[in-house]
Design a protein around this ligand. Structure first.
Ligand code: GLV
Ligand code: MN
Ligand code: MN
Length: 420
């Protein structure tokens, strides 16, 4: 921006997103679109990790890796004893991702450090660029794993023991890819934590807003259900003798819609049955078992609790009525996390100073920043996404300018924090 002391390089940032996006890329057979599959702790994730670690080394950062595979790159400050300002996010992805989710925060942090290095800009506080292990939760069932361990919400041993659907544990995979670092997982509180991220939703783009000032992250509750009925022949088994696990799952899914429509849980409740996996999953067999997931979100903690209570009661009702057993376990649960007012104010004024429009917005998705908010003042900068902000999908796309705007705002907020 004219007259502004320091800005990042838009083309360089975008090229670095594209370079990381090539790691784990695949072509969707149906659409021909190129997506990213860097599921946590797979070979592709490992390659992405090595790529980012190498870049941290080139920037002169001191890299430390902790025992859950979180990676921190530190740029020393004039006063090394002061708590650093940390920027970060994640580079693992859902299996059907684009190249922006998480990566913008990590590569944006590296782009900012590149810019500071080129400008020979010293800061009083150290700066740390971080990427956290398995933010997505798409493989081992629980999200924000690395940041939740670093901030003490989840114990390391509990995370090590989590297994994917093939039965492989987090510990085994971390060891296999060589990312069990020597450093203690418990993070000393930074001075502040900043994360730039794509909105992953339609709001900013539809309103023509350049920058989202993120007020917090809504409550999230995940259940994994195992529904067991009786497998039987589809042609010969009378309807009244069936214990159909598929019907039970379908009824719960429809119930989620009815709960939304009832309005009893506020206008912002969201509910999704993202996995419905029948066994044996064949045309002429009544499914004897279904594994299904329920994802509830709500910006209001009390309404979230009410929806959890009612959906659990419905599991029991369906089990009785369909003559199946339903066991369920909580795989993730976080309350509403508000972000620090002072960080929000700085994001807003940075946007203003750069001539960018801004609006306050609550995050619908989970983020590492919500874990870091338990340790220090934390905040997020959202940028809009094209195509209704579609995300967790190969169509995910934010323009080079949208990405650069968000990272420039994060740069300004960082500079307002590093010398105080
Ligand atoms: C993380 O991407 C989430 O599910 O919100
Ligand atoms: Mn993300
Ligand atoms: Mn995601």
């Amino acid at each position: 921006m004219d007259g502004h002391p320091l800005s990042i390089d838009e083309a360089r940032l975008y090229a670095s997103l594209a370079a990381l996006g090539r790691i784990g890329s695949y072509t969707d057979e149906r659409t021909g679109l190129v997506g990213v599959n860097r599921l946590a702790l797979t070979d592709a994730d490992a390659e992405g990790r090595r790529h980012v670690v190498a870049r941290m080394g080139e920037l002169g950062l001191t890299v430390t890796i902790d025992r859950v595979g979180n990676v921190y790159g530190r740029r020393e400050g004039a006063d090394a004893g002061l708590a650093p300002v940390m920027m970060g996010s994640h580079i693992d992805s859902v299996p059907t991702a684009g190249m922006f989710d998480g990566c913008l925060g990590v590569l944006g942090a590296l782009e900012i450090i590149t810019t500071l290095n080129d400008a020979k800009r010293r800061t009083k506080r150290p700066i740390v660029a971080a990427f956290f292990t398995d933010e997505e939760g798409a493989r081992f069932g629980t999200d924000m794993l690395g940041s939740a361990v670093a901030t003490g919400r989840i114990e390391l041993e509990a995370v090590y023991a989590l297994r994917d659907r093939a039965g492989t544990s987090v510990k085994e995979e971390l060891e296999r890819i060589g990312f069990v670092g020597p450093h203690d997982v418990k993070l000393a509180p930074p001075h502040a934590y900043l994360e730039t991220h794509i909105e992953q939703g339609p709001i900013l783009r539809a309103r023509g807003v350049d920058i989202g000032v993120v007020t917090g992250v809504q409550a999230i509750s995940w259940h994994e259900l195992t529904i067991v009925g009786k497998s039987a022949h589809a042609g010969t088994t009378p309807m009244n003798l069936r214990a159909d696990a598929g019907v039970a799952a379908a009824r719960i899914n429809v119930k989620l819609r009815e709960m939304i429509a009832s309005g009893h849980y506020g206008t912002e409740m969201r509910a999704t049955m993202g996995a419905i996996v029948p066994y044996p999953g064949l045309v002429n067999i009544v499914p004897g078992r279904v594994v299904a997931t329920v994802d509830l979100r709500n910006p209001d903690d009390a309404l979230m609790r009410a929806s959890e209570r009612d959906v659990i009661a419905f599991y029991e009702q369906v089990a009785r009525e369909e003559k199946v057993t339903i066991s369920w376990r909580q795989t993730a649960r976080t309350e509403l996390v508000p972000f620090a007012e002072r960080v929000q104010a700085r994001v807003a004024s940075a946007a203003l100073a750069r001539g960018l429009s801004h609006a306050r917005i609550i995050s619908g998705a989970g983020h590492d920043a919500q874990e870091m908010a338990h340790l220090c003042d934390a905040g997020m900068v959202f940028v809009p996404g094209e195509y209704d902000g579609i995300s967790h999908n190969p169509r995910e796309y934010s323009t080079p300018k949208q990405c650069a705007d968000g990272v420039n705002v994060m740069l300004d907020v960082l500079l307002s924090l590093v010398d105080e």
